[in-house]
Design a protein around this ligand. Structure first.
Ligand code: MC0
Ligand code: CO
Length: 134
């Protein structure tokens, strides 16, 4: 069911500093910050040959990544995003297997303009999983 790795996301306390590290120290191609209001995050994409890194910073008062940053003040790997061809079929299969789909279970449009869903980290070896239809 899952296909390519779409991105690995890292929650960061300072988006400017993290962008500089990826651009100037690691020599990567880094996007401008993009506010994704519906997801409560500001995102910077680091474009690699075979995948992307998503640098995440909380946006607004109820960001879903605030608790994670409170527990990991210097930042940390927040989620892994896998591509699926049909997100509704994927959701139904996961629900049938007992995995918890987060939020109201309806896909939202993610930062790349495609529908996304999140799966509870406790059901996937302690790693928060995002699925993106692509
Ligand atoms: C823009 C878009 C895109 O790519 O297109 C994005 O990525 S948006 C990316 C941001 N959006 C999301 O993350 C949406 C989905 N996330 C959520 O609904 C939430 O963040 C949860 C994953 C449910 C966690 O919520 P919250 O921090 O309030 O929960 P909590 O503190 O009660 O945590 C419950 C347990 O899960 C653990 N936990 C929390 N966040 C975790 C993470 N990212 N990875 C691994 N474990 C995690 C906590 O340590 C705790 O474990 P213990 O009980 O053992 O201490
Ligand atoms: Co993501």
């Amino acid at each position: 069911m899952i296909g390519k790795l779409n991105h690995v996301a890292i929650a960061v306390p300072d988006l400017e500093a993290a962008s500089r590290t990826y651009r100037d120290v690691l020599g990567a191609q880094v996007s401008a910050p993009q506010s994704v209001v519906e997801h409560g995050v500001t995102v910077v994409f680091v474009q690699l040959d075979n995948t992307k890194i998503e640098l995440l910073h909380p946006l607004g008062g109820k960001s879903p990544i605030q608790g994670f940053l409170d527990k990991n003040p210097s930042g940390g790997i927040h989620h892994i995003c896998y591509e699926v061809p049909d997100i509704i079929a994927a959701r139904e299969r996961l629900k049938a297997s007992g995995a918890r789909v987060l939020g109201d279970g309806e896909p939202k449009i993610g930062a790349h303009g495609n529908p996304v869903l999140f799966l509870h980290p406790k059901d996937f070896n302690g790693a928060l999983v995002e699925l993106e239809q692509a």
